[in-house]
Design a protein around this ligand. Sequence first.
Ligand SMILES: C[S@@+](CC[C@H](N)C(=O)[O-])C[C@H]1O[C@@H](n2cnc3c(N)ncnc32)[C@H](O)[C@@H]1O
Length: 171
Amino acid sequence: MDTPSHGSLRRAFYPCCADDIEEPRRLLAGLVEEIIYCDIQRPRGYRHSKPTDGLPSVTFVQKNLNDYVDSMPLIHVFFYRRDSPGEGGSGLYILGKEWLPRILRHFPDEGGLIVTDGSNRGSGVFRKMIRPSGYLRKTWGCQFWPSREQPWLNTHRLHRIEMKRVVSPRS
Ligand SMILES: C[S@@+](CC[C@H](N)C(=O)[O-])C[C@H]1O[C@@H](n2cnc3c(N)ncnc32)[C@H](O)[C@@H]1O
């Protein structure tokens, strides 16, 4: 039950990225043209890459996620991994009930993709999203299900999850 095409995907968002800049560009090449990274600290050793290298361009937003999330532009892919609630981690339950709908609000009406290892899930939502039968979260107006193809699960422990809006939360 994958969506027919994600050919129009253009922008990804990756909060709490730390120094994890280059590999997401390679993983998401062909899916998006730009990745917005957000962290309170600037990534170490990152030099702005040439836009001509065939990979998504990098936009880095040095902000507290709470100050940015509600004003960010339309995104088509939400990428998030290797965070933790403990020392060194953001302590933000980004896949939980408070943060995730604030992020998904920026997906287009037709929905988009979530690519994540499930870190900082904070609730049962992630576990339900990856079950084969999928998950309808009525209060968010969102249907989730694991993509038929999971290109990064064995190699990077990243789940690819489809999201379709069933009722617009903006209405
Ligand atoms: C465990 S690291 C993330 C590691 C990264 N995802 C990776 O795969 O390498 C957590 C990051 O969250 C950032 N962070 C903590 N609180 C934040 C906030 N409120 N808004 C944005 N970034 C935050 C920290 O600066 C840190 O870089």
